[in-house]
Write a protein that binds this ligand. Structure first.
Ligand SMILES: Cc1ncc(COP(=O)(O)O)c(C=O)c1O
Length: 417
């Protein structure tokens, strides 16, 4: 009898599909490809020589602890530094007991899903929202209710209407998931008034807010907006932070700041997942924090990405047909585009790839599968000359599609080589 592994898969495994982004990341390997698809930091933004010194220091002075298993909660001194930093930089001081170090903020999200969601529970999110969050919600078989957005993200009136409409299902709603600052995929930022309004709504409907904030410190212009966590007086906000975009994702160090009871459950769930986050990585990140290297470094990343954002925006302004709409984010890694309604960004992608330029289609970021004419562009990764050339290539693809629509031909009949 042949062994049929399929038969043994769980319901969740049966539903797992490769994410479009993962598939597209493979394209980065083709030398002629200019990819705006991934969400990768630029390797030029990695502080390689400073980290060499830090790694040497950790091995010389802390090797016995740094190479050992560590507490599930994380390296105590790193947790303390984060707790202090959240007060200094975000106006949201924390007790060290409220900080759990996680294997990237993705793990924090997955831990929260594990301890909060039963199958058929309801999660409210912006529509569109971060794909990795949708994957985590789906893995728990939650029902995801996408809330309409505008240039500031989730529209409070739309959220309120959806919360009211839950009726008998309201006890199944667990949390509102938000990326309020320099959102992935849209780059949008929610203003302070709207943050307060959403925090109040969460209170009114007795829901938790998960505030996912990996990009908040990557601001290229304008005044910082305090995280929703800074409004929290009752432990209603679980805040996710990450060193991936401000230091290096290879360390896989992020954190969860949450109230004590939720924290204890998350620690128990983490014990079952990975025992502890890489201790060596935590020591390196801690040294970067205490030697004041991190914040100087963030300034240099911001200068690099600000220039790339501006270059991409200028190229778009010069090249793109006027019927395409795009935004001008004040930070983060992404621009968000809307093509004319008659154009499907997913159908157009193979044409773009044929022309050696890649983007991520917007559709997978929408919980209800809408957003056919949207797409995300990453501006942090590509080299400057590739940004200019890539936008030219994209512009040709878009123009041909728009001309084809105007002349009544379908997208599949456009030939651009
Ligand atoms: C909104 C958002 N949350 C979480 C993550 C995961 O980041 P980490 O590397 O900290 O796991 C990402 C990564 O791109 C992200 O965009």
């Amino acid at each position: 009898m042949t062994f049929d592994i399929q038969r043994l898969f769980s319901i969740v495994a049966g539903q797992l599909r490769a994410s479009e982004i993962r598939e597209l990341l493979k394209l980065l390997d083709r030398p002629e490809m200019i990819s705006f698809a991934g969400g990768l930091p630029n390797p030029a933004a990695f502080p390689i020589s400073a980290m060499k010194q830090i790694v040497t220091h950790v091995m010389q002075d802390h090797a016995p602890e740094a190479l050992q298993y560590g507490p599930t909660e994380g390296h105590f001194r790193l947790r303390s530094a984060i707790a202090r930093g959240m007060g200094q930089h975000f106006g949201a001081p924390q007790d060290v007991d409220n900080i759990l170090i996680t294997t990237g903020s993705q793990q924090a999200l997955s831990l929260l899903c594990t301890v909060l969601l039963d199958p058929d529970d309801i999660v409210l999110t912006a529509s569109p929202t971060y794909l990795g969050a949708l994957l985590a919600f789906n893995a728990c078989r939650a029902r995801v209710h996408g809330v309409a957005t505008d240039a500031e993200g989730v529209i409070p009136e739309a959220l309120e209407e959806q919360l009211r409409a839950l009726g008998n299902d309201s006890h199944r709603a667990k949390f509102i998931y938000l990326v309020p600052t320099f959102d992935n995929p849209t780059g949008r930022t929610m203003g302070p008034t709207r943050r307060q309004r959403i925090y109040d709504l969460a209170g009114q409907y007795d829901l938790l807010i998960i505030e996912d904030d990996p990009y908040g410190l990557l601001r290229y212009e304008g005044e910082p907006v305090a995280p929703i966590k800074s409004l929290d007086r009752e432990g209603r906000v679980a805040y996710l932070g990450s060193f991936s975009k401000i230091l290096a994702p290879g360390f896989r160090v992020g954190w969860l700041a949450a109230e004590a009871t939720l924290m204890r459950k998350a620690v128990l769930a983490k014990q079952a997942q990975d025992i502890c986050t890489t201790v060596f990585g935590q020591y390196c990140v801690f040294e970067a924090m205490v030697h004041d290297m991190l914040f100087r470094h963030i300034e240099s990343i911001c200068a690099l990405y600000r220039a790339k954002r501006d270059l991409m925006l200028d190229a778009i302004q010069n090249e793109f047909p006027s019927v395409i709409r795009w935004n001008r984010p004040c930070g983060g890694l992404f621009l968000w585009l809307e093509l004319p309604d008659a154009i499907d960004a997913t159908e157009l992608l193979p044409k773009a790839i044929t022309n050696n330029v890649a983007y991520v289609t917007g559709k997978p970021f929408f919980p209800d599968g809408t957003g056919h004419n949207t797409l995300r562009l990453n501006f942090s990764y590509a080299q400057d000359q590739h940004i200019v050339e890539g936008i030219k290539r994209l512009s040709n693809v878009f123009r041909a599609a728009i001309d084809a629509v105007d002349s009544g031909a379908g997208v599949d009949r456009i030939a651009i080589f």
